[in-house]
Design a protein around this ligand. Structure first.
Ligand SMILES: Cc1ncc(C[n+]2csc(CCOP(=O)(O)OP(=O)(O)O)c2C)c(N)n1
Ligand SMILES: [Mg+2]
Length: 401
């Protein structure tokens, strides 16, 4: 009997010696048509393009222009600033709950830019970057966070559990892991109807220990679903380290082997590599080669949520010691070194983002923070059933509506 324990706890120095071994090493890029039995070593490597010297190297450099990377940089910075400001707003009691994607901004923003209109993302709650990268209005996000009268979901969801079908963003759920299977089902339906659209589903590292993960992989494999199955391995599941979800014995990407699905592990803080691996998996799905399991190797730099205090279970310096760095800093340094960006431009951009995010928050505050303004009671059952349910009709009548 062995109960996995993290190597370090509060008061210890962070120990990432195993991850240090994942420093840059070239990984050959296979053809999309390569059968999965020839790709069984792939999930034990780590795909990177950005070296420790902030230059891009190897087979996986995506053929994208610098303007795409500048856009990604901008959207990732908006995501971070949005998170920082809204967390402060939660601390002021203006909303009940908040959760950030600090350190994982690439995993919302890059899939959003890499996939097409018509594709559908089945996200985790740490991927608001998808919406931000598709120019979803920040005001609407904050209205939902305040559950005020302009809340696009009219108070039917928790703050941060967004839903925006027209932005390719499937409704979030507090039940972790459930969206993974939905993404496979959606992809199967599209393929059945002969549509070219693909799905991308996400699950956290901790949630891969749930049955939902294995059920989704089974269906994806059996029905050759055009889906990208993404695991955001941020090393933690609230206070539980990734060893509890089995990372001590194998990689999460390697679990694809059992299902005949290619598994690939990518540095989730390397924007170029994330673009490239997503593009490879999307091409496979669109060409009829089926699902790809991608493990996005990253680190949860913030607390789990506004209800969590990570200093109680991990060394305080862990977030700043992650050997694979910060996704925004790395992209910024790469672009500056390539002559495509400057420190001055970065400062100006960040300043402008701070004022536009603050502006959206102020606008939403004027409509009303939590409890000060509510969606109309009459809208309580709107959008819940396609045909009004008689019980709800009676309940509304009781309220005199
Ligand atoms: C089905 C279910 N079980 C448990 C929980 C409680 N819970 C909320 S978040 C979380 C941890 C999830 O960790 P991970 O999957 O690694 O995602 P991360 O938060 O790290 O992005 C747990 C156990 C839940 N919300 N739903
Ligand atoms: Mg996690």
């Amino acid at each position: 009997m062995h109960v996995p324990e993290p190597k370090t706890r509060p008061g210890d120095s962070p120990d990432f010696s195993e991850i240090e071994l994942l420093k840059f090493a070239p990984v050959a890029k296979p053809e999309i048509s390569e059968p999965s039995e020839n790709l069984r070593q792939l999930p034990f490597h780590l795909v990177r393009t950005l070296t420790d010297d902030d230059v891009a190297e190897g087979d996986w450099i995506p053929g994208l222009s610098a303007s795409v990377y500048r856009k990604a940089l901008e959207y990732m910075t908006i995501t971070r600033v949005f998170d920082e400001k809204l967390l402060r707003i939660q601390r002021q009691g203006k909303t009940s709950f908040f959760l950030t994607s600090r350190g994982e901004e690439a995993l919302g923003v890059v899939p959003s830019l890499a996939l097409r209109d018509g594709d559908m993302c089945f996200p985790t709650y740490r991927q608001v970057g998808w919406l931000i990268a598709r120019d979803y209005p920040l005001l609407k996000l904050v209205n939902q966070i305040f559950n005020n009268r302009e809340d696009p979901l009219a108070g039917k969801q928790l703050p941060v559990l967004y839903s925006a079908k027209e932005f390719g963003f499937y409704s979030l759920s507090g039940n972790v892991g459930t969206r993974f299977g939905h993404s496979v089902g959606w992809a199967m339906a599209k393929a059945y109807r002969g549509k070219p659209d693909i799905a991308i589903g996400f699950i956290g590292d901790g949630s891969t220990a749930e049955g939902a993960f294995h059920e989704a992989l089974t269906f994806a494999s059996v029905y050759n679903a055009p889906v990208i199955l993404g695991v955001t391995n941020n090393q933690w599941a609230i206070s539980t380290f990734s060893g509890i979800a089995s990372s001590e014995h194998t990689t999460i990407a390697a679990k694809g082997i059992a299902y005949g699905i290619p598994g690939i592990r990518v540095d989730g803080n390397d924007v170029l590599a994330v673009f490239s691996v997503l593009d490879w998996a999307a091409e496979r799905a669109r060409a009829g080669f089926g699902a790809t399991l991608i493990e996005f190797f990253t680190y949860r730099a913030g607390a789990h949520s506004s209800s969590d205090d990570p200093k109680r279970y991990r060394p305080a310096e862990e977030p700043t010691s992650w050997p694979l760095g910060d996704p925004i800093d790395r992209l910024k340094n790469y672009l500056i070194k390539a002559g495509e960006w400057s420190a001055d431009q970065h400062e100006k951009m960040t300043k402008a983002i701070h004022s536009s995010v603050s502006e959206s928050i102020k606008e939403a505050e004027a409509i009303g923070v939590l409890g000060k303004s509510k969606p109309p009671v009459a809208s309580m059952f709107d959008g819940v059933f396609s045909e009004p349910d008689w019980r709800n009709v009676e309940q509304l009548k009781e309220l005199g509506i």
